[in-house]
Design a protein around this ligand. Structure first.
Ligand SMILES: [Zn+2]
Length: 260
């Protein structure tokens, strides 16, 4: 029992010590982030490095130039929200993958399949703005925090009747590690999707891209769902709710676009 108490004291200490409560930029929402952002960035950097070794990288000059051009402008406007980012943009060569993602620390990847749907720089700015917004808003950290607390809670129940041995300790670390490794790939909650749409739309507008491109982009994305739906669509439903909310955000985004 003594060891269990020690464990709780340690956990509580960690909760108090870590810079836990933060505010999401742009929306001002409070969120709980228990994973130090420097740790998240270094985990992401090593995962990104591994992905680059496992996935063929596109050498298409037009695609690479487009991603670099749009990425630089999105990184510039998102910069104040991600001051420690080490930006990196990679085009993965896979025409079947209609997908893109961003990882903590400013690692951004686009699969060549996305160009079936993202035809212009403005279209790509909608995708990259959205993905970078997930990172700027700390959605990965928030989700990992939830997993960590859930794992801690479940383990705490288990430890209520016995002391923690090395196996249980390993289980906690595995739960933490699993959260860390899939943290960037799992679908976000509906709430996070809305928030990333909102922040991403403003990023695109600030970067000089017509935010109205979002409406036609998502309509085209929805059109891709015939047959095998694209990867991006499985985590980003292009339904009427999304389009309606984007339309609601449009006047504010247009104001940013026109007054920049
Ligand atoms: Zn998203």
């Amino acid at each position: 029992m003594k060891k269990t108490c020690c464990w709780f004291v340690l956990l509580c200490g960690a909760l108090l010590w870590l810079p836990a409560c933060t505010t999401v930029p742009q929306t001002g929402r409070s969120a709980l982030h228990l994973v130090p952002s420097s740790q998240l960035a270094s985990m992401s950097a090593s995962q990104f490095g591994q992905l680059k070794q496992e996935t063929p990288i596109s050498r298409d000059p037009a695609y690479n130039a487009m991603v670099r051009r749009v990425g630089d402008r999105i990184a510039y406007v998102a910069g104040p929200d991600m001051p420690n980012a080490q930006w990196e943009f990679v085009v993965f060569d896979d025409d079947e993958q209609i997908n893109a993602f961003a990882m903590p620390g400013g690692k951004v990847a686009v699969y060549t399949g996305i160009f079936k749907v993202a035809k212009t720089d403005a279209d790509l700015a909608i995708v990259m703005g959205h993905e970078v917004a997930h990172v700027a808003a700390g959605h990965g950290n928030e989700r990992m925090t939830q997993q960590l607390l859930a794992a801690g809670g479940a383990l705490a129940l288990q430890f209520g009747t016995s002391d923690m041995d090395s196996d249980q300790r390993a289980l906690l670390m595995a739960a933490y590690g699993a959260g860390a490794s899939v943290g960037v790939m799992l679908p976000y909650s509906r709430y996070h999707e809305c928030e990333a749409d909102e922040i991403g739309l403003i990023y695109a507008a600030k970067a000089g891209y017509d935010p109205r491109a979002a409406i036609s982009f998502w309509a085209r994305m929805a059109g891709q769902s015939n047959g095998a739906p694209p990867e991006f669509l499985s985590t980003h439903p292009a339904d009427s709710t999304r389009i309606r909310k984007l339309n609601e955000l449009m006047p504010k985004a247009m104001q940013v676009y026109q007054n920049r």
